[in-house]
Design a protein around this ligand. Sequence first.
Ligand code: SF4
Length: 419
Amino acid sequence: MKVGFPRAVYYYDYFPFWAGFFESLNLELVASPLTNRRIMESGLKKASDETCLPIKILAGHIQALKDVDALFLPRMVSTEEQTYLCPKLLGLPESIFPAVPQGMPVLTVNFNRRLGKRRLLAELEHFGASLGKSRVEVHRAFELGGEWQERFEKSRLKGLSFAESMEEFDPVVRPKRRKAEEGSQNLASATVRGKEPPAREGQGAEVTGREVTEQEVVGRGGSDRGVAEREVVGREVTERKVVGGEVTNRKVAGREAAGREPTGNTPEERKEPSLTIALVGHSYLTQETYANLNLLGRLQSQATVRLVEEVEAGRIAEGLRSQRKALFWSHARKILGAGSFFSRGDEVDGIIYLSCFGCGTDSITQDLLARVARREHKPYMVLTLDEHSGEAGLVTRLEAFLDMTERRVRRESDVSAHG
Ligand code: SF4
């Protein structure tokens, strides 16, 4: 049985647990492709206008899961003691049903650690039984899921990137580059039959700076079938399609082009970072390259970047100590705790809070963190994303913030951090 998992919201924090759980039960769990324009647009059509951007992206990923026997949409209620996930996640899967393709079976289970391990296991046993698995098999799966999740979180704490930490759990991430290289060779041989001259051996990334970042099969079949790839040369991104021997090239700009990782080839990317900036926010926004217009990549090309996932639990608790009341939501708790920790001390020179329109918890957390940052005289900026966010606005704000922070840190420490 092949089960689909949308590469959105809880994918970024809890996929390793579910990957281990399903692996142990001998069921194949596959994630949807990386976000692209098609996924975003289909999500916007199916999700409610009032909801937040990550839920709209989730709706798109649900529709992108093809060739699976069922869809897995767990109801993640609580993953640690005394906290809950956001109400919009508690409302899944029912609130997202309009996006589920007709006839697609949906598997779901309540994951609620607040009820204690015994009751959580009872829920999972019930779920396992519906898949024909025994109690013992479910307990074993729970253990393996826990081990995989712990390994993933430890890698993040050690400062490994999300992709590096996820490599062993998401089969798409690891072979992506290899597949892209193979795809590039296939495309080269396809173009021999088309209109372009054959690529010579050695005319690869080393010679031209060409990098293939995405490659996929397009079309429904027969002469309609072909290959599409995204090619990066320097700062230019081109989408190339070979269908029925015909080659078409299209320059990609704006949000579409933002999906690429920094190549390290441009002078801008080679610059030695002199600043350290904390990028705080939900992992499904900071790591969602398409939706955030590659903010993390852009930032990493100009500064050393620290993230919420790299901050240990003890430091998060320390960061939260000045709050008069504990926060209910686990993500908000981590963001505020890590952000407060970064605000104090000299580990980072400035903080960027990446938020999105329609996020209820961020509307509180970003203001609480602004107060801490102001008190600690730490430069602080909030970037709010939605599906219409443009590249120009983001780059301008980012450049201005980095300039201000650099000037303040290096030369004029009396420059106000908050305007
Ligand atoms: S925490 Fe915010 S961004 Fe995340 S699902 Fe809830 S409302 Fe959306």
